[in-house]
Design a protein. Structure first.
Length: 348
């Protein structure tokens, strides 16, 4: 930013954020939101417009509980999603700070590759460096941290938006493993497609000894809001050490074949966490051997279609059959493609 926003930028922002024009005064327009009113000048060509726009930014920031800097940025550059990283604490040594900024870049780049379906280890497709070249970097003024502004193009599924959503999902899945008491929690992280390299990258955000608390925030373009609005994923102190250890250890041993048959007893689908999860009551058969007595078996389905079929089977009380894979140290079954079926009723 080199100056206050233009009048058109301000009105576009106010409209997108729920403000509404309610009156006219001395050629300008009064915009209102809740109990707050701001005056937008009639044009950019007046001598006092820059001063009045700075006043407007201050008032909007006060009304919305944001910083003037953030409001001014969103007015000037509205077509971006903002992924922010902040390390809690008073300061950070230069080597660790450089490592953290590099980790933010690598996290965004890796998630962009995931969105494009590009396997790790291969050469990144041209879209990834192009996205990074267009992304803007902003420094946090209060604590150590950076903000990455990803462009949100006017297309149905912009890469910048999909990348930001992928970063959010990765952070949510890893944090869930961090706070879990289960020692095999990170096996679920790996089963959900989060690689060891991503875990190592997240660990590098936790300060010089990977021990400090940190957070990643997500704020969506005012032009294309996301349901639920802005959100933050907070990692407690010590999280970096656990994530780093998991990245070094990797997933459990090779998966083995598993089958379970029975009624569906529960379903859950979290768009920002674990997708398409169900519970089946039955005796799992692992590597050809029945394992213990009948119990509730967590199952991770392979897509929305299978989840819909499971929902219908649960509603009607029909039996389902799940075939897929599991880890000997794990407790759930990941369904193979086409491995979920509803058992046909057989007349006696």
């Amino acid at each position: 930013m080199t100056g206050p926003p233009h009048v058109r930028q301000a009105t576009d922002y106010l409209s997108a954020r729920g403000w509404a024009p309610t009156d006219r005064w001395r050629g300008g327009t009064v915009w209102s939101w809740r109990d707050f009113d701001v005056l937008v000048p009639p044009g950019d060509d007046l001598a006092d417009t820059p001063r009045r726009m700075r006043d407007l930014v201050e008032c909007v920031a006060d009304a919305e509980g944001r910083t003037p800097r953030a409001v001014e940025r969103d007015m000037a550059v509205p077509a971006v999603d903002v992924v922010s990283y902040r390390l809690r604490g008073s300061g950070i040594a230069l080597p660790a700070g450089v490592r953290a900024v590099r980790a933010v870049r690598d996290l965004v780049a890796t998630c962009a590759r995931d969105v494009l379906g590009d396997p790790a280890g291969s050469r990144a497709p041209a879209e990834v460096p192009a996205l990074l070249d267009r992304a803007l970097l902003s420094l946090d003024e209060s604590v150590f941290g950076v903000e990455v502004l990803l462009p949100v193009d006017d297309v149905p599924e912009p890469l910048g938006r999909l990348t930001a959503l992928r970063v959010l999902r990765v952070c949510a899945v890893v944090r869930q493993a961090v706070v879990a008491a289960d020692e095999v929690a990170f096996d679920e992280v790996f089963r959900q497609g989060v690689g060891r390299d991503v875990c190592a990258t997240l660990a590098d955000l936790a300060g010089p000894h990977r021990a400090e608390p940190f957070e990643l925030g997500f704020r969506w373009s005012v032009l294309r809001p996301v349901e639920g609005g802005a959100t933050t994923v907070e990692f407690p102190g010590g999280a970096g050490e656990r994530v780093w250890a998991a990245s070094r250890r990797g997933p459990a041993g090779a998966p083995v074949a598993a089958v379970v048959e029975g009624p569906v007893t529960g379903l859950a689908d979290d768009e920002h966490g674990e997708r398409w999860r169900i519970q089946v009551r039955g005796t799992p058969v692992v590597d050809g051997i029945a394992t213990g007595r009948e119990r509730l078996v967590p199952v991770r389905l392979d897509g929305e279609r299978a989840y819909g079929a499971a929902l219908e089977a649960h509603r009607t009380g029909r039996t389902v059959r799940v075939s897929g894979s599991t880890h000997r140290t794990g407790k759930d079954i990941a369904v193979d493609p086409g491995g979920f079926t509803v058992v046909e009723d057989v007349d006696g």
